[in-house]
Design a protein around this ligand. Structure first.
Ligand code: ATR
Length: 279
């Protein structure tokens, strides 16, 4: 029996147990995946217990607010997670905590698997929002071949910090700069929390966006955000954010449970997750 978990504070909203539970059932693996609330003050103690095998876990996912703090308790961190500055997946191996970041893989794979990207990816991309998720998003876009990446945020200093930390072809600016770059933009990403259920919508004018540009949102509640709805109405290819959640879970699942076959993101899995997202 192999066990894994997701930690956060709070954590009751997490969809990860449902997701990993689906794969455990479908691949007939004897294992468990549960959500464990861990207060920020208890993170060090929890990490030590995990390392020493006291929790009986092969590893865990780490979510808000622990993705940065957990890094100081890892014994080894992948170069990519170091660059992104956040760890969301931990594998316990030989008494060591190995940290990595799979949000980047999740975002990138979701775009690739959507089949909506052009054959030769190139040109400018706009990323709205410079919060925790945007570092993984910018890194993935660079790897896919986009550049320059205009990273626009309400708080410009935050965008500048991300651009400085990541280096490369990332140009930081305020959200209002959007109008300067939109007509030349091959891909538009919302990585702000705007458009999420209970939040204000993201109100931006898409009229100058080329019709061939891909529009994607990391928000997945609702699945079709106002931004995606508007983009689809005018004929742009769209990619919703649910896939990022599903794909980011694959590397952890494979490391902890060593499945007989690769866990896949099927239509059945998407529907299973959507059932839990119904209002
Ligand atoms: P995450 O880790 O999911 O990226 P986060 O770190 O809280 O979440 O970041 C939220 C993002 O949404 C930030 O880019 C934030 O902008 P600020 O850095 O200026 O706070 C953006 N955001 C949230 N509410 C916003 C609003 N009302 N208008 C514009 N941007 C907003």
């Amino acid at each position: 029996m192999k066990n894994a978990a997701v930690i956060g504070w709070p954590i009751s909203h997490s969809l990860s147990p449902r997701l990993h539970g689906f794969w455990l059932d479908n691949l007939e693996i004897e294992g468990s995946y549960k959500a464990i609330p861990v207060e920020p003050e208890k993170l060090e103690e929890f990490s030590n217990d995990l390392r020493q095998g006291k929790l009986g876990l092969e590893g865990m996912n780490v979510t808000v607010p622990h993705k940065q703090q957990i890094m100081q308790y890892c014994d080894d961190i992948s170069p990519l997670a170091k660059r992104i500055g956040a760890v969301n997946t931990i594998v316990v191996k030989d008494g060591k905590l190995l940290g990595s970041n799979t949000d980047h893989y999740g975002f990138k794979t979701n775009l690739i698997e959507s089949g909506k990207l052009p054959k030769d990816v190139s040109g400018a991309a706009i990323v709205l929002g410079a919060g925790g998720a945007s570092r993984a998003v910018c890194t993935a876009l660079e790897e896919l071949g986009y550049g320059p990446i205009y990273l626009l945020n309400r708080t410009v200093e935050r965008a500048e910090e991300v651009a400085n930390d990541l280096g490369g072809n990332i140009i930081a600016g305020p959200l209002t700069d959007y109008d300067k770059y939109i007509s030349d933009c091959q891909l538009l990403v919302n990585s702000t929390s705007l458009g999420m259920k209970g939040q204000n919508p993201l109100s931006i004018d898409l009229s100058k966006l080329p019709k061939s540009s891909v529009v994607t949102d990391i928000v997945y509640t609702p699945l079709k955000t106002d931004l995606l709805f508007q983009a689809e109405e005018r004929g742009n290819p769209i990619v919703d954010g649910l896939g990022m959640l599903l794909f980011q879970a694959i590397p952890g699942f494979e490391a902890w449970f060593i499945p007989p076959q690769k866990p896949i993101v099927s239509e059945k899995l998407r529907n299973h997750m959507l059932e839990a997202l119904q209002p």
